[in-house]
Structures are given as structure tokens and as C-alpha cells.
Unconditional design. Structure first.
Length: 385
């Protein structure tokens, strides 16, 4: 009888321990690194687009190790194992999972006990296979005369490879709308950094995936980041649509109040070159740019047909007006006091300040390549000849 009670008590303790692990510790990794006894495995976690080190775990004489990852319920985590600088395993762990990882120091690995990780492995295998093939074809192209018929054939082959892979990725995200593995698929790049999903219309895929994932993982930091990216892409898509259907004026009009509260139409600005300049007076760096670079350029080119329509994203209109007065900013200054919530932000897809757009002879110029004072001066010298 006593033995039975002991067995029951032990069983209860084991069940309690299992529950405690599932509810508090989150997920467990039971790993083995072949041919790597008494060494170290670095555990990293994906956060804000970067891999941060969680811990360094020592392997035993058989290359085995255990590690518990804090994974909250409903908030899976992307976790990566490294041997030195070499990634040897990628995992997407749910709360309560016990993932069994078998790998080696070259990154040949398998995982059981984690369904999402198994999907992630498939995604990564397809990505590596495509990039290797694409890189090989690119290397062959680099060895050819760029004007030869053979080079033309290879370029067409590269295009076909990209289109086929892009379509496969689209099919994957459409078939797996509630799997977090769609996030690394959406963020894949080719070669030196060309995004696979690089078209404005890809905003639709980002939004659809985000909406589906929100129904399953509303608290996930990865889904929240995807939501922000989806918003940016949606804004850009809407901007392109507005530009393509714009009226004869060739740009999106703004109508905002100046320091005196009088509304100023962007379409009423009669200058050959109009710079639509989004800024904030509360940023000291932008104030210095106004004084040190923008004012001298404005003074040099205003008489030749250059005007600035400066949209402030300040919420403190008194500070904005004071800054304009103190700095003697003579160009057109407008502000609705709504900050980043201003409709003008969405209309022009402003992701950060300062941001500039140019209207030349009544049409929007999307490729001015102006990033600072010197490039602005060169742009105006070439445009206002």
C-alpha cells in the first residue's frame, strides 16, 4: 500500500513538473552536436530584426546539451543555434514544445518535436537551393562578354529562375497563412540584398499574411513588426496608385495651414522646382541642416525658380512657429499640428523625417537621388539651367 502511494506521489510530482515546464519555462531544446564533445553552443533569439545572444551552453562528452527557452503561450520564438560563427540549427518554438535537435558543426541538422520548426527547415532548404543556383548562374554570366548572345541567354535564365522562385514563395505564403514561417519567406533576399518580394503590389501579400497571423498570434512581436512593414508597403502602393491616376498637375496636392493659419495649396506654388520637405523643428539635427545647408541653397536658387514647401510634423505649433521666426526660414512653412498622424504623411508615404520629394514643371520626380546638401545643390544646378 505504501509502495502504491509512493508511486502515485512520484507520478503526481512528474506531472506537476511537466506542467511547470510547459507553463513557465516555455520550450526545451534537447540537442546533440555530432563530433563536438565538451564544446559550446551559442543560443540566439531573433528580436527587432537582429539576432541577440541568449546564452552559451556547454556540450557533454557525447556532444549533448539541454536548454530551456522562455516562450510565452501564443508568442512563438525564432531561436538559432551557433557553433562559433556558423549557424547549425534554426528553430521556431511554441510554448510547451520539446524539440530534439541533431546537428553537426557544418549545419547539417534535423529537428523533431516542433512542427513549425520542420516547416522552417523546408523554407530554409528551398532558399539555400535557390540562392546557390542563382549565384552559380550569375558567376557564369560574369565570365561572358556582356554583349554576346550567350550572355543574353543567361540573363533570360536568371529572370526565369527568379520568377519561378517568386511564384513558389507566393504559393507558400498563400498555403500557410497562419504559420509564422511566412515571415522569413516574405523577408528573403537574393544575392547581395535584392528582396524577393520587391514589387509594390507585394503589399497585398504582406497585409493578407498579417491579417491571418493576427487571428492566431495577436501578441507576437514578429506579427507586430510584420504589421508595421505591411502598413509601409500599403502606403507606398497607395502612393503609386495616386501618382498613376493623378490629375494633370502630376502630383498629390496638399492644403495645409501656415504660421498665420492661412491654408496654402501646394498646387498653387508657381515655381519650376518645388521641394516638398517633411521635417520637425524639435529635431536639432534638422535645425542645423536648415541653417547650415538649406538656407544658403535656397538663397542661391530661389530667384532661379526654386521653392520649398516645408511640411512640419510637429505637434507643438508654438515651438514650430518660434523656430521658423528665429531661423528666418523664408520659404513656405505649413503644419497641421497632427505630427505623424497628419494625412500628408500617408499621402506621401513618409517613413521618417527629414524626407524630400520634388515637383519639376508640375510633375513629381521620383528619382532625384537627393540625400544631403551637396546632392541637392547639384540637382538644382542641373535642373535650373
Amino acid at each position: 500500500m505504501k509502495t502504491s502511494r509512493t508511486i502515485l506521489r512520484a507520478a503526481a510530482l512528474m506531472m506537476g513538473a511537466a506542467c511547470l515546464f510547459s507553463c513557465s519555462k516555455g520550450a526545451r531544446i534537447n540537442g546533440t552536436v555530432n563530433d563536438d564533445p565538451d564544446d559550446k553552443v551559442i543560443v540566439k533569439i531573433l528580436d527587432a530584426g537582429k539576432l541577440n545572444v541568449l546564452d552559451t551552453v556547454k556540450t557533454d562528452k557525447n556532444g549533448a546539451f539541454k536548454y530551456d527557452v522562455a516562450v510565452k503561450k501564443g508568442q512563438p520564438e525564432f531561436v538559432y543555434l551557433f557553433h562559433g560563427d556558423k549557424r547549425i540549427a534554426s528553430l521556431l518554438l511554441q510554448n510547451g514544445e520539446k524539440a530534439v535537435v541533431k546537428t553537426d558543426t557544418l549545419g547539417n541538422y534535423s529537428v523533431t518535436g516542433s512542427p513549425e520548426t520542420e516547416k522552417l527547415m523546408e523554407v530554409e532548404r528551398n532558399e539555400i537551393e535557390f540562392n546557390n543556383k542563382f549565384a552559380s548562374t550569375t558567376a557564369r554570366l560574369n565570365d561572358l562578354d556582356p554583349n554576346s548572345a550567350e550572355a543574353a541567354d543567361v540573363r533570360r535564365d536568371l529572370t526565369k529562375q527568379y520568377i519561378a522562385y517568386y511564384r513558389n514563395c507566393v504559393q507558400y505564403v498563400m498555403k500557410n497563412p497562419k504559420s509564422l514561417t511566412v515571415i522569413p519567406v516574405l523577408n528573403q533576399v537574393i544575392g547581395n540584398g535584392l528582396p524577393v518580394f520587391d514589387q509594390p503590389t507585394d503589399a497585398i501579400h504582406f497585409r493578407n499574411c498579417c491579417d491571418s497571423l493576427m487571428t492566431v498570434y495577436p501578441d507576437s512581436k514578429y506579427v507586430k513588426a510584420l504589421s508595421e512593414e505591411a502598413k509601409k508597403r500599403q502606403n507606398l502602393l497607395e502612393l503609386n496608385a495616386r501618382l498613376s491616376t493623378a490629375s494633370e498637375q502630376g502630383f498629390i496636392n496638399l492644403n495645409l495651414p501656415d504660421q498665420k493659419g492661412q491654408r496654402v495649396n501646394l498646387s498653387d506654388v508657381d515655381s519650376k522646382v518645388v521641394m516638398v520637405y517633411f521635417w520637425a523643428s524639435e529635431a536639432s539635427g534638422q535645425n542645423m541642416f536648415n541653417l547650415d545647408q538649406l538656407k544658403p541653397i535656397y538663397d542661391d536658387f530661389h530667384g532661379k525658380g526654386f521653392e520649398i514647401y516645408a511640411v512640419s510634423l510637429d505637434t507643438d505649433k508654438t515651438l514650430w512657429a518660434t523656430t521658423i521666426r528665429n531661423q528666418n526660414l523664408d520659404w513656405i512653412n505649413v503644419c497641421d499640428g497632427l505630427g505623424s498622424a497628419s494625412p500628408s504623411v500617408n499621402l506621401y508615404n513618409v517613413a521618417s523625417v527629414p524626407s524630400v520629394y520634388f515637383i519639376v514643371d508640375g510633375s513629381m520626380v521620383m528619382d532625384a537621388a537627393v540625400t544631403n546638401g551637396p546632392t541637392l545643390r547639384r540637382f538644382l544646378q542641373n535642373t535650373l539651367k
